[in-house]
Every structure is written in C-alpha cells, then in structure tokens.
Design a protein around this ligand. Sequence first.
Ligand SMILES: *Cc1c(COP(=O)(O)O)cnc(C)c1O
Length: 353
Amino acid sequence: MPRVTPFYAVKCNNDEAILSALAALGAGFDCASDAELDMVLELGVPTGRIVFANACKRPRDIRRAAEKQANLTTFDTASELAKLARWHPATRALLRIRADDPAARCQLGNKYGADPSEVPALLQAAKEMGIEVCGISFHVGSGATNPDAFSEAIALARTAFDAGTGLGFTMDLLDIGGGFCEGRVMGDVAVAVNTALALHFPVSSGVRIIAEPGRYFAESCATFGSMVFGVRDGRCAKSGAAIRDYWITDGIYGSMNSLLYDHATVAPRPLHMMTNEAVNGATDLTDGPMLRGCVFGPTCDGLDTVLHDYALPNLDVGDWLVFRNHGAYTFVGACPFNGMDPAPATFYVFSEN
Ligand SMILES: *Cc1c(COP(=O)(O)O)cnc(C)c1O
C-alpha cells in the first residue's frame, strides 16, 4: 500500500523497543490516552506524526493533547466536539464513520463510528463549535478478514468527504484505521485498498492517506516462552484414557489474557522439539507418545486455564512451551494478580542492519 503511511497503534504493544524501532523507521503513532502520548513524545516523535485516534477521550487526555500541541484527533459525537471546543479548540479533527467487517475478530462498531445518516449533522455541529474537520477515519474491526470491508469503507469515506467539502472544510486526510492481519488475506486487503483509493481518492485529489495498524506490526515479532512447573497424571472420567495436565508460569491474568479479550487461540510447542527441528532437522514432531490434558496458568483461579484437552508429548517440570506470534494484545493487558509478574524477562534480537 505505497500511498499509505502507517501510524502504529500503541495500545497493541507498547514495548519501548517496538515503538523506537518503528519511530526510527519513520512511522507515525496512534495514541489513545495521555500516557500513550507521553510515551511516544519521549521517544522524540514530532507531534505531526501522531494521531490521537480515540473518538471518545477523557478530559485529561484532551488537556494533555492541547498542552503538547498534538493537534490531530478523531470524533464521532457532538458531545466529543463540545469537549474539544472547551479544552482543545486548536485541534484538527477526523470524523470517524462506522464501517464494519462483520467477520472481524474483534468488533469496534458497537462502540465507535458515526452512522452515514449522522454525518451531515455532526459536520454542521463542528462548524458551529469552530472545530476544523480535516478528513475522515474508520476502523473496520481488529483482525479483519474481508477485503470488501475496506473497499466499502473507503467509498463511504468519499461521500463523507464531499459533505465536509460542501460545508467549507478543507478535507485533505483519510485515515483507513487498523485491522490488518499478516498472511495471505493481507495481499487481498492491499489490492482492495489500493483499488478503492485509486477510484475514490486518486493521487490527483491531493488527499494524504494514513492507517493505524497495530496487530500487523506487533504480532509476529514476539515469541513467548513459559516454563512447566507442575504436572498431574490422571484418567479421563468418561473414556478412561490417560491424561496429563500441566501448570505453566503464565496464564490468562498474564499475557494469555488475549484468550479472553482478543479472542485469540494459542498452539504452543515444546522448546526441545523446536530445537531438535532447528538443529538436527528432525521432522518427527510428535516426539513419542502424545497425551491430552489441560495447560493451567499459575494463579489460584480455576478460570486461569490456557488450553483444554490439548495434546502434548511427555513434559516435566523445567521444560518450556513456546508460543509464537505472541506480540499483539498480550503483554499490554497483563496484570500481576497473585503477585505473579506476567513477563519477568524480555530478550531483544535484531539484525545488525
Ligand atoms: C485498536 C485500534 C487500532 C489497531 O487495530 P489493529 O486491528 O491492531 O490494527 C487502530 N485504531 C484504533 C482507533 C484502534 O482502536
């Protein structure tokens, strides 16, 4: 998507190494709170590369944006406009419209985005309150899988742009939000976005295009290791089959909160099998007999169960399970319930280039 400048969504993973790598590569940032704004500014990112893309901000967030002269934000209600007029009248604003991918992994449209029918009245309200509207934003939902959702959203944005221009606003910025996944579907999404942009916002329109990817950048750059520290053998009450349960050092109060909040699924593999594969080229991934069982998190809560009825080779206390692609919406949501630190050590690996 050569015309689209990424503004990384800090909420997805606010690790300083990720933020500073992206900042050094020239990315912008999507902040949603005063603390996220401070974090990005402390890395030396200029305010021109920040969008405060939370359509309903707390007063303290708006005051901080005003203080730091972070002058680009989003809104989708008249109430938000009134707050902006009161605490940050110099801001420029993007009207966030609702344009959902109903198949996205995490829905956002229940909470954010103005219905197309509301657009004229909201633009009129901005005019009356003296807030400068400079473009349109949307977010089709996190973990989107339907390229058509982007095409349709960009077409809706065009209609809203024209309404803004009609009211005398200088509409020069389109923010196509986040929702991008790694993998095959991303190719189709890119084609859909590029085609819809060429149709509705051709280069000659002079409109600048930004996006707010979170998951796309943060997911695969983090691999998580958790140690087995408890084992229990038993028999399935129904079938009588042998089962083997494990306790590991991280669970749903830690980085695996993604199982609840991000609707994630995890499929860990034992570290020694991955090492055998990498070092010896061993392809026997079963490594002997497999037993099914639960993988429990470390806290004293029965809900803290990472996997149910999951097949693993024989493991013992001191073995490690490896979770790949574990960087998006994981560590940011972790808490130290039961006094257990969700990620006691982090190692950074990067190329000399
Ligand atoms: C969460 C969020 C993003 C990032 O979404 P991804 O699906 O991770 O790309 C971008 N913009 C806004 C406003 C968000 O709330």
